[in-house]
Design a protein around this ligand. Structure first.
Ligand code: ATR
Length: 295
């Protein structure tokens, strides 16, 4: 990569930021598309977020991604926020359009797109069970219900802390109106599995092999998909058990690649011709960045 006076700068703001895979993924895509762009990690402490966002304009950066713990707090510092990101209440992608900072959220769409690509799943008329009411859970939940045309038939959001799941359901009803949403406690989720078309783990349980999602997979119908947003390891214990039961599985690598690819698509909005969506390059770069101790 040749950096010169014309190189455009992009990056990711996070605290911590050391473990991010985004620089590896985005720079691989920039290189493949012969873009004179560079993507860097920026360690931004919570008290510095406002100044860091002002820096996007001051340095005329093309755009940035935003990760933990800034996704919600960054919203108030932007000039404009896209409809879905507004409903989710979190932004993971900021694009600098001639000095105006516009916020988007590609986490939910990244998940839904990857699920469609790998399993053909379409939410319309389906019963969905999501484990986890944290940032990832809410992005996925709201994305499934946002587009009324293919909205799910019912969604159960099950969380260890029931209060948090209930708050999410109330918040969604306030923002978007009546939706077929049920809050449940994680330890009682088995009662909702018999009619489920998909079970999604959107908690951090299973990350780095720590912990195990404890749900009764035998309650799920034979056509159900089991999906896990955890990508380290690529095949979690939950997915292994689902596979052993003969169920279709979907792992976290696709969401990672698709949310990055959708961010790239937003960064390139003003380019002509538009580069193709770089899903495969993202996946390969993510696997490389993750190292070889994946399985
Ligand atoms: P993220 O943005 O990655 O979703 P988060 O907002 O911290 O991160 O949420 C983590 C999710 O994983 C939450 O749903 C959390 O449940 P609580 O709301 O009860 O904390 C869930 N989670 C984390 N560790 C868990 C565990 N050991 N067992 C069950 N759920 C867990």
């Amino acid at each position: 990569m040749l950096v010169n006076g014309q190189t455009r700068v992009l990056g990711i703001f996070g605290d911590p930021v050391e473990h991010t895979l985004s620089p590896g993924m985005q720079n691989a895509v920039f290189e493949a598309n012969h873009l004179n762009w560079i993507y860097l990690p920026f360690h931004v402490k919570p008290g510095e977020l406002k100044k860091a966002v002002a820096g996007i304009k001051a340095f005329d950066m093309l755009g940035v991604n935003v990760t933990i713990p800034h996704k919600e707090k960054v919203v108030r510092h932007l000039d404009e926020v896209d409809g879905l990101a507004n409903v989710i209440g979190a932004v993971n992608t900021i694009v600098n359009v001639e000095g105006r900072l516009i916020g988007y959220n590609t986490d939910g769409y990244g998940y839904v797109e990857s699920l469609r690509e790998e399993t053909g799943f379409d939410a319309a008329g389906k019963n969905i069970v999501i484990l986890g009411a944290g940032g990832a859970g809410r992005a996925i939940l709201f994305t499934f219900l946002y587009n009324k045309k293919n909205a799910a038939r019912s969604v159960v959001i099950a969380n260890r802390t029931l209060r948090r799941a209930k708050r999410l359901v109330d918040e969604f009803k306030d923002k978007v109106g009546g939706a077929p949403l049920v809050a449940a406690s994680l330890d009682k989720v088995d009662a909702h599995l018999a009619g489920a078309d998909i079970l999604i783990n959107a908690t951090s349980v299973g990350m780095m092999g720590k912990g195990e999602v404890n749900v009764g997979l035998k309650e799920l119908p034979g056509h159900a998909i089991v999906s896990d947003i955890v990508y380290r390891p690529l095949e979690t214990t939950l997915l292994k058990k689902a596979k052993a039961r003969g169920l279709k599985i979907h792992g976290g690598l696709g969401m990672l690649a698709h949310q990055g690819a959708l961010s790239f698509e937003l960064f390139t909005l003003t380019l002509f011709p538009r580069p193709p969506l770089p899903i495969d390059i993202m996946k390969r770069a993510a696997i490389k960045a993750l190292g070889t101790d994946l399985q």
